[in-house]
Design a protein. Sequence first.
Length: 202
Amino acid sequence: MKRRTFIAGSTALAALGLASAGHAQGAEELARIDTYLNAMREAGGRFVQFNSDGSRSEGELWIRKPGLMRFEYDAPHSHVVISDGVWVAVVDRRSNDDANRVPLSRTPLNLILRDNIDLLRTGAVQRIRKSGAETRLIMIDPDEPDSGTLEMVFTENPLSLSRWITTNPQGQRTEIQLTDLQEGVSIPRGMFSIEAALTNRG
């Protein structure tokens, strides 16, 4: 085992309070969530977004792994947020301005959109919180520790991702609640083209 991998895994277990008797249980929980996330290759549905300033918006969401995601906001909002596997871009459909772009690797979304998710090995999970029928994972990307935090919330029976909360380096918190998420849908690759979104505005 590589030293970095061992340290990352050990650090994760210690942070979870699983270094002794709870080790196997915590590792089993993360493995179960890994299996669920890795099986979700393509999905689409509705979302509700809550922002730090108290504002609220809704829209449609599409995911195609690895690396692809699209948020299309309902009117009166005019924005589309697209991850094309390299960049995360915000496109204003009512403006001729270029998109604002940030490397995907510098955002917490990188943890969701990876091709192969291994939460224990990477050491991304800082804490696990279980409450009733919910399980929460609080994560930081060990490769980009300054990119912010990601909290993922799962419901049980069956296990499903219900929402996530990102906190950027400036402390701004954004919560995405998922509704009617359908897995196994077929989504064209062109849906995740930033250039196509810039060309087809209006």
